[in-house]
Design a protein. Sequence first.
Length: 256
Amino acid sequence: MFEKLLSLPVVASEHGKDVDNFIIYIHWLMGALFVGWSAYYLYVLWRFRGSRNKKADYHGARTHASTYLEVAVAIVEVVLLTLFAIPLWAKVVDQVPGQDEALHVRVMAQQFGWNFMHPGADDKFGNQEFELVSEENKFGRDLDDPNGKDDIFTYNDIHVPNKKPVVFHVSSLDVIHSFKVIALRVCQDAIPGMSIPVWCEPNQAGRYQINCAQLCGNGHTVMTGGFLTIDSQEDYDSWIVQNTPTADGGAAAVFE
Ligand SMILES: [Cu+2]
């Protein structure tokens, strides 16, 4: 019900509900503050109106009510922080699944789009070297590494399986961008020279828009052209087959 009231967008990840609930709790607090402050403001307008108070009174408040209220608001904020925000952060941000527990995908943002590196059928990335990074080789892939032969490279299009954790290793080729998939309730800054993991467990198949959440240049809005598709296992398997590079570099050539 409150999701509707706040027009929260569709959720497609396991932890998304927790994020939404937290947003709702904060709105409850903000609602209470809004009503309380508004009522107090109206009361003060009436209580200290000019016709009743011809002369200014320098004493100010004579009770401690405002202090108690301040303390009560602070306690609610501490509860939101310690019982909800910090445990939620620990659960959905800090505990990144390991190599065997999740699909790992590399994301390289650039002005103005999203490059993806998928480990392919063997679930192993090929070697990458900083020295090899170029306009054609955005991930600095080592073309001689056998683990990298089946790696899939795409632009503005990535597929992940439903109901399996996925870790996005987010980086940038030029300026600071931010990888944001609203449906997944995932957002991570993309910083040149760093690879920062962000993860979730998708739970609803569909095609979802990717946004850049940092103003990154003239074409910033064009970065909404990226899409993430959550596939059923069957669709995902066929996506892998269709996009795995052939020995002559067929599929890879299309996407690089
Ligand atoms: Cu951007």
